[in-house]
Structures are given as C-alpha cells and as structure tokens.
Write a protein that binds this ligand. Structure first.
Ligand code: FES
Ligand code: FES
Length: 217
C-alpha cells in the first residue's frame, strides 16, 4: 500500500469510541436541539465554520430539565450527558442514577424519560429538555416508598447497591406495563441491568413481590 493510501485509510478509519460518538451526535444534534430548547442568553457556541458540520463546539448552554416533577436549571456543554448533568451540574445534585460503566452496558444510570427507561449516560442533556424525567428519587421517598422500593428492602435485594437504583427504576416502569409478570418476564425486563454482586434472585423476588403488592409510580 502506498504512503498516500495508508494516510487516507488512517484518516477514514472508523473510531467506535463512545466519546467520539457523543461528540458527533452533540455537534450534529446541537443545532436543532439548541435552537429548540436553549433558554437564557449566555450561550456561546463556537463552531469552526457556519455552513459545514463543525469540527468542534465549545462553550456552555443553559437548559431547564423537568426532573421528578420540578424544574432544574443546568449549565452544561452541549456534549454533556444527561447523567453527568444530573449528578454534577444540577443543584442540589440528583445522585440516584449511578455512574458505573458510562458506556451503555450496565443500567446503573437508568432513568425514565417520558415513562420509558433509558440509559442516562447515553442521552445528551440537550436532548432531554422538554421530556418528563423520573429518577429513583422520584419514585418514592424513604418515608413513602413505592412498592418496588419497599420490596427491595423487604427482600434484601442489594449488596453494594450500585445497581439498585437502575433495577428499581426499570422494574417500576415495567410493572406499569405488565402488572402481573412471570419470573421469566421479569428476568427479560431486567436484561439491560447488570448486578456485579450477583443479587439477581433477590432482585427478581422483590420484583414479583412488588407486582403482587401493586406498584405505583
Ligand atoms: S452507567 Fe450508563 S449504562 Fe452503565
Ligand atoms: S448489588 Fe452490587 S452491583 Fe448489584
């Protein structure tokens, strides 16, 4: 292969890294999302060229997120994930969704977006504007837990607890769709959530107990 061909191949080589992906999505989506959703006047988006897809975007944007029924203002870079915005830019922070893999494989960061469970580490904060977000904190409180939260306590459905908010959120959403699931259905519903401590049997027990008790969200 000639030097020229080799250079070309390097320049076009596919880079599947999540950071690159998010950067690309952030840049491509930033125009529409920002135009639709930006509030405030402090936006300073700097693109390298106005008519072409920019190589880089810098600066911050002010967003208002609807989290657990309340409005939360955050100032973030357009590439900031929803998980990062909630945990590190909201005041006070929303720390129920956990940062574990940060690449869409474990489910610890699960939140509900318009009632659907999503990995908040794979959604940009700018794309969550205008959506109804529910984190584990929004499902119930220590004094007034929802049925899934109570069942996790009763059935000891956790060890380290890092995966727990994700499981509770996923199961709470699932039981709204299927209030009377079989064990196999619960296992299937939880396939996007991983527990490294191996607490699965108790998690599934808790889910079935919550179904019996009747979940509310
Ligand atoms: S932290 Fe988002 S899926 Fe693991
Ligand atoms: S309880 Fe530790 S990862 Fe699930």
């Amino acid at each position: 292969m000639s030097d020229d061909q080799d250079e070309k191949r390097k320049a076009t080589r596919h880079d599947p890294s999540r950071r690159k992906f998010l950067k690309g999505v952030g840049v491509a989506g930033a125009g529409a999302a920002i135009a639709d959703h930006l509030i405030g006047s402090e936006k300073k988006i700097v693109a390298s060229e106005s008519n072409a897809a920019p190589d880089s975007v810098s600066g911050t944007v002010n967003l208002v997120l609807n989290v657990n029924g309340g409005k939360r203002s955050v100032t973030v870079e357009p590439r900031t994930t929803l998980l990062n915005a909630l945990r590190n830019h909201a005041e006070p922070p929303v720390t129920g969704p956990k940062l574990v893999c940060d690449m869409g494989t474990c489910g610890a960061c699960t939140v509900l977006m318009d009632g659907k469970n999503i990995y908040s580490c794979l959604v940009l904060a700018v794309d969550a504007v205008g959506k109804k977000l529910t984190t584990v904190e929004g499902l119930g409180t220590p004094e007034n837990m929802n049925a899934v939260q109570s069942a996790f306590v009763e059935h000891d459905g956790m060890m380290c607890g890092f995966c727990t908010p994700g499981f509770v959120t996923t199961i709470s959403a699932y039981l709204k769709k299927n209030p009377n699931p079989s064990l196999a259905e619960v296992r299937e519903a939880c396939k996007g959530n991983f527990c490294r401590c191996g607490t699965y049997p108790r998690v599934f027990e808790a889910a079935l107990a919550a179904a019996k008790a009747g979940v509310r969200t």
